[in-house]
Design a protein around this ligand. Sequence first.
Ligand code: AKG
Length: 254
Amino acid sequence: MQLNAQQIQIFQEEGYLEIPHQLIDKDHLQELRSAYDEVFEKRSQTNGQGWRNLSATDGKENYKQQEMLQIMGMWEKSEIFHQLLFHPPLLNIVACLIGPNIQLFHDQALYKPAQIGGPVPWHQDNGYWQCEPANLVSIWLALDDADTENGCMNVIPGSHLVELSNHSRAKHSGQDLPALLSVDVNEDYEVSVPLKSGFGMVHHCLTLHQTNPNGSDRGRRAIVIHYMPVGTKNREGEILKHNLLLSGNNPYNL
Ligand SMILES: O=C(O)CCC(=O)C(=O)O
């Protein structure tokens, strides 16, 4: 399903859009959850190889054992997540926002376990990436119901229209969180985006967003796919010509 003109306008003005239709049906969701759990099970005994706890402070003890678990490159670890990159309901939305020539920037699983799920502080994705032009978009897909109790996404509407903020190293109780950046934000303007499982939201790479800790009894499994228009350059000014082409053409990689 495509986005209509009004939905595209909302995205352009607000920097995010709660996608009003279900993206993943019940059976597909069950397959994705099983594959997700399998990858986490395999990785949980390792550090590195794309797995890390973003809540770990300074590589030492985790603050109060919080866990904000990240696995990068799910598409390379599981065939069903590879196929998800080409799932028409997702690509159709992205094409409405950045055009038909779409490459993968990367994907990541972001898992907040029940009760001990750690936060992700306010940031703009391009604070990490520094890509040019800053026209990347991300679909954040809920594999479990996500709400204010278990750490759904919170955004500052319209923040993508202001320039990139100065990000600094995130801290917890005075200790550095080496994997995370953070920005000071006026939270009066914050909007929460609760989502049912199988639903998603799309956000611009300059939209300020964060997620809270998960103190609830429900885990919060999510997968985020970051997409870029063909021709996007990395922080060194090089065109990312080799990234996986998801739709359309890539004249830079002939
Ligand atoms: O899933 C989360 O908790 C954080 C998500 C996020 O920061 C992102 O999708 O860029």
